[in-house]
Design a protein around this ligand. Sequence first.
Ligand code: ES4
Ligand code: ZN
Length: 326
Amino acid sequence: TDLDRFIAGLPKAELHLHIEGSLEPELMFALAERNQVTIPFASVDEVRAAYSFSRLQDFLDIYYQGAEVLRTERDFHDLATAYFDRAAADGVVHAEIMFDPQTHTARGISFDTVIAGLLSGMAEAEARHGLTAKLILCFLRHLDEEDAFATLKAAEPWLDRIAAVGLDSGELGNPPEKFARVFAAARAQGLRLVAHAGEEGPPDYVRQALDLLGIDRLDHGNRSLEDPVLTARLARMGMTLTVCPLSNLKLCVVESMEAHPIDRMLRAGLRATVNSDDPAYFGGYIADNYRAAAAGRGLDRDDLVALARNSFLGSFLNDDEVAGHL
Ligand code: ES4
Ligand code: ZN
């Protein structure tokens, strides 16, 4: 349709994308074969059939299992280029992608292997598509602070190639306060800060992410809307929210796309953006997310333009680079 073409043709930045969550079942099988890793599925269809979730943890269990096929620098390179090719087709011109080093270092894959593969994939994306990219190193919040500090240490030789640190994995029971010191250390190293908060966790976790972590950008943030004072604060400070409509639907953060709060966020003055989170698991890349939100909530072209504009304003590009995209 016209709206589909408009969405795909709208230049946009992707600000919330877990690269391990872009592992499509076809590539999972190819890498399992290449690396002689066994996976508990007989076919691509069987893998897709397993992607039915009632909450975040259901997804995380299968997402960490899927990542086990990733072993070599070439695997991470291939994973990244597959994502960037797909993103470019959706009109993404800049992507700030998250990766979970602890998922790999816990299996004996070195931090250097992971990041070298991702960086070579990023270089290829820029050469092929002119798509620019930045890396966000995420700490797994179900692990302890000491493990996060060890990961920051492993990142030290690569700090000039990493834009930010983030916080992901199971939110409930793992509040931002658990990572206040490691976030302060990352800030002192010159890194920007993001965190998942208010996806399943309460508004107080969002408040902690602001007050105790000092985040520059908020991943998800949906449950902030339960607290009008917090919502007004986020609006006033110009905080960017990286919202992921299809993720919210698949993880039952919203009951239906018709109930998604994306337009309420915009009306509340929040700098909301639309992103794909884990597209291989949630049934769509970024244009699918724009389409689903537009259909579910009756967004018009002005809303879609505002969302795409917010994605550049909320990025970690410098002012000149942002201006060049507006
Ligand atoms: C994630 Cl949707 C989501 N939430 C928290 N952690 C994650 N890691 C990958 N996807
Ligand atoms: Zn996420």
